[in-house]
Structures are given as C-alpha cells and as structure tokens.
Ligand binder design. Structure first.
Ligand code: ADP
Ligand code: MG
Ligand code: MG
Length: 881
C-alpha cells in the first residue's frame, strides 16, 4: 500500500499538525478559509521519518509524489520551475509539529540560476531585484545545503560596499549584485570544488533533504532538549511559491502579533520593512518600522491586514503570530501560529478572551502554563529607587536582573557553570547563541527589534531581554560596550529591566511582585475549580502575610530552626546545647521560651482562622555550633600565642570538645528530627509550650488559631507515641496553669521509607501526615541532595539515566509509590486522616497533579509559588476530573 507523503495546501487542514507540522497545517487552514496564501505543498513528517529510516534518502515514492505535487503547483501558478521565460520560484521551509522558531533552515528563491535570473529580470523589468534574489538564494542555499558559512558571503558584500563607499545593502545596483554573484560562485567553486548547482530540480531535491537533515542540527537538538520536545517527531517540508517583498517601495515584509505578546494588550503589535525579503525582519539586520506606521504608508494593505488578523484570532480563538509579505501592493499571508507570550500576557489574553466570549473559563485556566508564572512571581526593579539609567533599549521581555557582563555565549555558559550570574550583551543573537541565553540572567542586544531572535527566545524562556539598544556600541573583540563616555567591560556588574528597557550600572534594588487584576480573576476561577487546598511554607510573619496575600489557605510547614539562628539567639542556643546538666539546659530553654512564643504569636496571628503546621526542631544540634575546622584553627592559634587569655582559651577548648562530640559522619542520617526530641524531650516541650502560650494569648485577643504540631523524621510508631505524650503532657500542664484549652492536632512528617511502609501503624498516633518529599526523595534514592546535585545528578540527567531531577519534579514511580502507599495505609487505619505535601514539589505542576491523583488534601509550597500552585491544582482537576 502506498503512503501519502505529499499534500497540496488545499488538501490539508489545521487539525493535521502531526502530519503536516505546525506551519504546513496552518498554511493549509488559511488556504481553506480563503486567505491570500501563495500556493504550495507539504511533504509530511512521516516522510521525514521514512527518510531517516532509509538511511537519509528520499524514497522513490516520496520523489514521485513530490514531482506530481510540483506539476500541480506549476499548473496553479502558470509558471514552471527552471523556465527561463517565466520561472517558478519557491521557498523550501521547515515546519515541525511543535514550533521551534528559527531552529531549522529555510531556503528562499529556489529555482534561480544563470538563465532564470535573466528571465526574472526581464519579466519584472527590474534587474536589480532579480539579481538581489539570486544572490540571496546562492547565499542561503550554500549555507544550508553546502555548509558554507554566511560569514564568507557577508565579507564579499562588505568589500563591495567599502569599494563603493555604500552604507546600506539597498544602495547596491544591479551591476553590483551581478559582480557579487560572480564572486559568490567563485567562492562556492573554491569551497566545494564544484560549480553552484544550476539545475532547479536538483536544487529542490537537495533543499528538501537538507531541511530533513536540519532536524538534527545542533541548535535544533539543544532546543528540543530544553523544551522537552521528543526527538522522533520529525519535521515537515513546505514548498511554496515565492512572493516578493523586495520589489521596490510598494513591497515589504513583516511579522505581527494580533495582541501585544509582552503585555497582552489588544493591539496589533509588529514590525515590517519596506523593500525587504523574509528573514530581514527577524534577523535584526536593519531595525524595522513599527506596524502602525504601515497604516500611513499603505492604508489599504493595512486595513486588509487588520481584518485578516481579526479573522484569524476568531478562527483559532487565540493570539496569533503572523508573517506577511506585500508584493507590489498585494498582501500575502505566509504563516500563522499561536503566538508565544510572556506569562503576564498569557494571563491577560486568557481572561480577555473569556470576557470577549471566545473561550470559556476552563479553557482559559488551561491556557496558562503554571511553569511560566515563575516569571511574574519574580521580583522586579523597585520603582521608588532612583535609577542611574545609562542606556535604554526596547523592552523586549519583562523582568529584572543583575549580573556580570559577558559578550559571548560560550563565556556566558562557562561563567554560569562557575556559579556567576551573567548578563549576555551582544550586537544581536542567532540560534547558535542559545546555550548562552540559557545560561544568562538576561539578554541585551544593540540591534534588532521586538521580534528579533533574542526577544522571541527570551520571552519563551521568561528571561528579561532588552533589544535594539543602539546607543550601546559593542565591541565583541575587545569585550567592551560603550555609551557616550561610559565603558562597560566584561565582568562589570549591571542591572536591567526588561519591562522598561532600562540598563543600569551596578546592582539595583528589587521588589516583590503584585498580582494584576486579571491574574486575581484567573486565580479566583482556579479556586472555584480546584479540589485540593494550597498552603504555604512560611517561617516568619512576613512570609505568612505574603502567602495570605497570594491566597494560601494555611501554612503547611513552619520550620522552627530558623528561629534559633538569629544573631542574638545563637549564644543562648549554644548555651542550651553545651549545658552539662539538665538544670543548666532548662535554664537556657527558659530564656528561649518567650522568644519562641513571640515567633509563634506573629505567625499564628497572620494566619488567623487558618491552620498552621509547626514542625518541631529538625536539624542536628551541631548546625548551631561553630564549624569544626574553623574552631580547630582558632584554638590552635590561641594555644600558640603566649599572651592569649587563658579563660578564652579554656572556653574555646571546651567548645571544641563539644563540637567534636556532636560531629557526625553523615548528618543527614544522624541525630536529628524526632531523634533529638526523644533524647532531649525538654527541647520539644519548650517549643510546644511556646506554641500553646502564643495560641492562648491570641485567643484572649479574640483571634482564632489552629495550630498543628508536627513531629519530624518519624520512622517507627513508637517514636511518635513518645513525642505525642510530650505534646499532650505539655498541653495539659498549660491548660491547668492558664485554665484555657487550645484546640490542636498532632501529626508527623512522612519522610523516611519506613514511615510510609508502616503508615497504618503510625496513623494510629497521628491526626495528619505531611509528606516531606525532599527528605523522602533523599532517603528513597539514597541520595544526599547537595552531593547529588553538585556531583553526579546532571550526568544522570544528561545521559537520560533519570528523566528529570527528582528534587525538582517528584519521582512518581518510586517516591510517589511511597506517598500513595502512605496515604492508603494511613487511611485504612484512620479514614479521615488529613494528608498533605510540604516538600518543594508542592509548588511544581506535575507533582501537584500527582498529589491530586494520590488523594492528598493539600499541597504546600513557598509563598511566591502559591498562585502557581492554585492554577496547577485547578488544571489537575480539569485534566483528571
Ligand atoms: P522560520 O520558521 O524560521 O520563521 P520560515 O519558513 O517561516 O522560517 O521562513 C523564513 C522567512 O521567509 C519568513 O520571514 C517567511 O515569511 C519568508 N518566506 C517563506 N516562504 C516565503 C515565500 N514563499 N515567499 C516569500 N517569503 C517567504
Ligand atoms: Mg516563520
Ligand atoms: Mg525533613
């Protein structure tokens, strides 16, 4: 049976993305609805896979079908490929299923050779145009198919410009281009030992194969890795009749978004260049005109374009990113796709589309990617600080960043691996710079517009970007960027604000994000839909306040160790640790008690009416003592110096003894968590007393409190049994002392495998479980996180031994199985057992989806991730029901 590999545009449709690729499917769809699309055909992604299977060869079937389609195209256009009197010229364009802007190769003006170029010149009575097309074709074809770098060709043009003292490419005459073409052909002969291919049928075959090959070029492979696009989707190839934006001042080419992709505002947003072809706009070679100027320059074309944009938006029910070309006053549509946008824009557009009646709330909720929200939940430049702005460019992608300047992508990668925060500063970026963009905090270019490569890629990654900052004179060779009299060198610290385009010297104060009205609305819709609660991990009143503002419904994890770390408390904490007797320890604890009480008072008050899970002390005690090595050095110094104070020496020596005694070979598995509370119950008792006293204080003020006391690192039910008794005895004592009873619950973290395995036993003693998936991941894999992430985990991920970092996204099959088992066993013993998750995973969308499926009651994450978690929780309900 023969497979259909080739589809005319009129045979396809928008639904056929997996076969035709995104570009092909949308060209077909636009053709179907009657928009002015130059005719053409698509060779399918299945052909691409068959091409690879055949050992990188076009099969006979594919070749035949392509020839047939070409014949039909010739009939439709009335032109013939290679016909010197009226040549058909085509573009050969790649198009994968998931759009990968600029990652693969496109060839324009194919079909030109020494004969057809003459025909084109005569037919158009415009030899300059014809030779410009031919030289572009030679250059693109040589780059993509023959592997000769653009650089050599640009060099030839530059030499010509210098010789003639021209400034712009547009000043080259027909004769100049003809001489350039001769040089181009010599270059090709010299580099490939063959003349530039003159047969258009050969040109077409080679071009198609090169597009298939470009699926596996380095930048496409890296792009797929970053965006987690499968390697086996393959790319389609689109062969399309050329239309010409470079035929004079009544022609042009441009790209536009139907709404502003940075802010979401409903205005046409884009750029165009008069008398230019295809890539000129995106390449950032000339800085283009804003689209609204087209209204003055070509009012009829503008009106028609506006109308088409509207039609496309209504058709696709989403913001579109559109390529167009005007040939002698006639408008052609060359591409449409769902436009990439910032998180800010994604939210506004989703909410606006609901209000415009184009989509429903559920669709809107699914339109915004929770991962992307990170960008707007980031800090931005404090508007109240006086800024020393040294230059301003186009605000191409919002967000603020500070970092050290680097001028090249490889350096950016190298510095960032060494732990430096860098800002990549370039005249422009190309797809080859992608690794440098990944490694940078932000990107600044001196050339190119809002739709230049840097801008598009940065917006996609949610990184701040400033483009077209022409005052910045960048010298990549000597590694400087100068603005008037200021010279910025490699390694200098600068700050940037991608929302305003401002570049500042030094580091600038940043402020917390606020949620826009649209965002609030979307989150409200999310709250109506979701069935899992969202809490925050917060250790102090400020964070508690922030999490309430962001919509947290309680605190899922309040760590108490940070409260011991404040400078004025450390000496008391050390006193407690160093105490030789129980009485001494109690004395120190009594000093800590009122301080702890104050801590809990503040947090419980902020969280009035909402549950607060307070975890009793967790880290090993030596974390509060000085570092062993440093102490040894200090003591040695004191011992060596004859006039050292003997009292001080004695004190340091006994501190050293204690530090040595508490030293652990593997602190992660050492004397920590409830193991501390078991050996020193008075520590936990003090903390519990502080909680109850704070609660009573608030109750007396008429504020309702809901403390949940959490015992960490339980592995055996007996541990919890003992700790439960400590809590209950303390509650009773305080109750008697004050005559007031606090309502509270006692639960445990499930963070070692044994706890999950015996969850039914543990549930007998627990009112709630909180899965500490951070430690549970460490103990399940047997990884210590810092060592793993610092040493071998990246190797595991690079080599696909693990699909992902299990500390970032929950390992559902392993760690997740323990979570599920914990929930099921726990509920088998206690059906109304409350369960939640408090690891960092609680703020990651895939993990949240898992938690919902596992039946947890809530997720808890850092305050800034709460809005993200609310949305992800709604999506989990919409996806799983
Ligand atoms: P990319 O995926 O990198 O955007 P495209 O295949 O869309 O690559 O093509 C690159 C440029 O060439 C775009 O600006 C596009 O509009 C232009 N182009 C492609 N095909 C044609 C054509 N048939 N006529 C005129 N311009 C074209
Ligand atoms: Mg394109
Ligand atoms: Mg833990």
């Amino acid at each position: 049976m023969s497979v259909k590999y080739v589809y005319l545009f009129q045979e396809g449709s928008g639904e056929m993305k997996s076969v035709l690729g995104g570009k092909g499917a949308n060209l077909a769809e636009m053709t179907k609805v009657g928009l002015p699309v130059p005719p053409g055909f698509t060779i399918s992604t299945e052909a691409c896979n068959a091409y690879y299977q055949a050992g990188k060869q076009m099969t006979e079937e594919m070749k035949d079908q392509t020839i047939q389609a070409l014949k039909q195209l010739e009939q439709m256009t009335g032109k013939k490929l290679g016909d010197a009197s009226d040549p058909l010229l085509v573009s050969v364009r790649s198009g994968s299923v998931i759009s990968m802007p600029g990652m693969m190769d496109t060839i324009l003006n194919l079909g030109l050779n020494d004969d057809t170029v003459k025909g084109l010149a005569e037919l158009t009575e415009n030899p300059r145009f014809a030779y410009d097309c031919y030289r572009r074709f030679i250059q693109m074809f040589s780059d993509v198919v023959l592997g000769i770098d653009h650089f050599y060709f640009e060099q030839i043009i530059d030499d010509m410009k210098n010789e003639k003292s021209y400034r712009l490419d547009t000043e080259l005459t027909s004769e100049d281009w003809q001489r350039v073409i001769e040089k181009y052909k010599e270059l090709v002969q010299q580099k490939t030992r063959n003349p530039f291919p003159q047969n258009p049928a050969d040109q077409l075959n080679w071009a198609i194969q090169s597009v298939f090959d470009s699926w596996n070029n380095q930048r496409a492979v890296i792009y797929r890795k970053i965006h987690k696009i499968p390697d086996d989707l393959g790319t389609a190839v689109n062969v399309q009749m050329m239309v010409f934006g470079n035929m004079g001042d009544d022609s042009g080419t441009g790209v536009a978004f139907t709404r502003n992709p940075s802010t979401g505002e409903k205005v046409l947003y884009g750029e165009y260049l008069i008398n230019a072809q295809g890539e000129d706009v995106v390449a950032g070679i000339r800085t283009p005109q804003p689209i609204h100027r087209l209204k003055e320059e070509m009012p009829d074309v503008y009106r028609q374009f506006e109308q088409i944009c509207h039609q496309l938006e209504n058709h696709y029910k989403d913001m579109q990113d559109i390529e167009f070309t005007v040939e002698r006053g006639k408008l052609f549509m060359l591409q449409t796709r769902t436009g990439k946008r910032t998180a800010h824009a994604a939210i506004k557009i989703a909410v606006d589309l609901v209000e415009e009646g184009l989509i429903n709330k559920e669709t809107a909720l699914l339109r915004v990617d929770p991962d992307q929200l990170n960008q707007i939940l980031h800090r931005r430049v404090d508007p109240d600080t006086t800024l020393q702005v040294v230059a301003k460019g186009l605000p191409a992608s919002p967000g603020a960043a500070s970092g050290k300047v680097v001028f090249d992508a490889d350096e950016a990668e190298k510095w960032s691996k060494e732990g430096e925060k860098v800002i990549l500063v370039r005249p422009e970026t190309t797809p080859e710079d992608i690794h440098g963009i990944v490694a940078s905090q932000g990107i600044i270019t001196s050339r190119g517009g809002m739709t230049s490569h840097a801008a598009v890629v940065a917006r996609g990654m949610g990184k701040p970007c400033i483009c077209g900052c022409e005052e910045l004179k960048i010298d990549v060779k000597v590694k400087t960027a100068s603005i008037n009299n200021t010279v910025i060198r490699e390694g200098d610290l600068i700050s940037m604000d991608g929302g305003t385009g401002a570049i500042m010297l030094g580091e600038v104060a940043l402020i917390d994000p606020v949620l826009s009205d649209e965002f609030q609305k979307l989150l409200q819709w999310a709250d109506e839909v979701r069935k899992i609660s969202v809490r925050a991990n917060a250790d102090n009143p400020e964070d508690a306040k922030k999490s309430r503002e962001f919509g947290a419904e309680g605190i899922g994890l309040c760590r108490t160790e940070h409260m011991f770390m404040a400078a004025e408390r450390v000496p008391i904490v050390q006193e407690m640790i160093l105490a030789e007797t129980f009485e001494e320890r109690l004395e120190a604890l009594n000093k800590l008690l009122p301080m702890q009480q104050g801590d809990f008072y503040g947090i419980l008050k902020e969280m009035a009416g909402y549950p607060v899970t307070i975890r009793l002390l967790d880290p090993p005690l030596h974390e509060f003592l000085p570092n062993l090595e440093e102490l040894i050095v200090e003591v040695t110094k004191l011992q060596m110096s004859p006039d050292a104070d003997p009292a001080e020496r004695y004190e340091k020596e006994s501190l050293l003894r204690k530090v040595r005694k508490l030293h652990e070979f593997n602190p992660m598995l050492g004397h920590r968590g409830c193991r501390l509370g078991i050996v020193f119950p008075e520590i936990y008792a003090m903390q519990v007393e502080a909680i109850f006293k704070a609660a009573i204080q608030l109750m007396q003020e008429g504020i309702s409190v809901e403390p949940e006391i959490m015992i960490p690192l339980v592995g055996h039910v007996n541990e919890l049994k003992l700790m439960r008794r400590v809590v209950e005895e303390t509650a009773e004592r305080i109750g008697q002392e004050t005559g007031m009873a606090v309502t509270f619950t006692i639960g445990t973290m499930i963070e070692v495998p044994r706890a999950a395995l015996t969850a039914d036993e543990i549930a007998e003693e627990a009112d709630f479980f909180s899965f500490g998936t951070n430690d549970l991941t460490q103990t399940t894999f047997g990884f210590s996180r810092d060592d793993a992430e610092g040493k071998f985990l990246h190797h595991y991920i690079d080599h696909k031994i693990l699909p992902e970092n299990p500390f970032a996204s929950l390992d559902q099959r392993g760690v997740g199985k323990l979570v599920e088992m914990g929930v099921q066993l726990g509920r088998s013993a206690k059906p109304d057992l409350k369960t939640g998750i408090c690891g960092e995973h609680g703020g990651e969308k895939e993990s949240i989806d898992f938690c919902y499926r596992a039946g947890l009651n809530y997720v808890s994450c850092s305050p800034f991730r709460v809005p993200l978690a609310r949305l992800a929780a709604a999506q989990a309900t919409l996806k799983n029901g």
